[in-house]
Design a protein around this ligand. Structure first.
Ligand code: SF4
Length: 215
């Protein structure tokens, strides 16, 4: 009998789902049926990463949001639109960027008719991580960018502080150049227009450092 996953899922753990020497398309197909942790139960669908197979840049966020869960595509909601604007301002062609998340199902708390984002915990992140590791292994991005604290701490260690270390390149075996910045949703949550503009400028400045690595 197949081993059950430890994070409250009722399917096999992710490593048992990944075929030997898979293609990106195969991995995406298998991930669509993942039940390795309990998050699949309330979400609409798996939201796998998207972008070119030979993307030079991989952006890793936390998890799909409400709009992404419904659409089945990453970074298509308000934060994704802000990200697209920031990439364009930084001079990074969206066509060389692969976007994904450390967790592939939307975790939320229902509040009336709304679904409020809930932060994934360590067990959920650990259960889902092999999908991300497989994406990184297949795409081999030149630059990997963690968006926000959840992605940064999952990939760069729990001691990593985005507030202090954003924009800096850090040694990592994940990719030749690895850095972190804020998640674009944090810019949308800025309390007023002025701070939103300032945060956007800082975000674009971090992305310009990534653009400089590509030239
Ligand atoms: S969140 Fe990840 S590990 Fe959990 S069911 Fe979804 S794809 Fe599988």
């Amino acid at each position: 009998m197949a081993k059950r996953a430890p994070a409250g899922g009722d399917g096999p753990p992710v490593p048992e789902l990944i075929p030997p020497r898979p293609s990106l398309g195969q991995v995406r197909d298998v991930a669509n049926g993942c039940r390795a942790c309990h998050l699949y139960r309330n979400a609409t669908q798996t939201v796998f990463g998207e972008g070119p197979r030979k993307a030079a840049v991989m952006l890793v966020g936390e998890q799909p949001g409400d709009a992404e869960d419904l659409a089945g595509h990453p970074f298509v909601g308000p934060a994704g639109k802000l990200l697209d604007r920031a990439l364009a301002e930084a001079g990074i062609d969206r066509k060389i960027v692969y976007v994904t998340n450390v967790v592939k199902h939307f975790k939320f708390e229902p509040r009336g008719k709304r679904r409020i984002h809930a932060k994934p915990n360590g067990a959920e992140i650990a259960a889902c991580r092999p999908w991300l590791e497989t994406e990184i292994a297949l795409i081999k991005p030149r630059v990997l960018v963690c968006l926000g604290a959840t992605a940064a701490q999952a990939l760069l260690g729990r001691a990593f502080r985005v507030s202090q270390q954003r924009g800096a390149f850090v040694p990592s075996s994940l990719a030749p150049r690895v850095t972190a910045t804020v998640h674009p949703s944090s810019i949308l949550r800025a309390p007023d227009d002025e701070s939103r503009r300032a945060e956007m400028q800082r975000f674009v400045a971090d992305l310009r450092r990534v653009a400089a690595e590509l030239t």
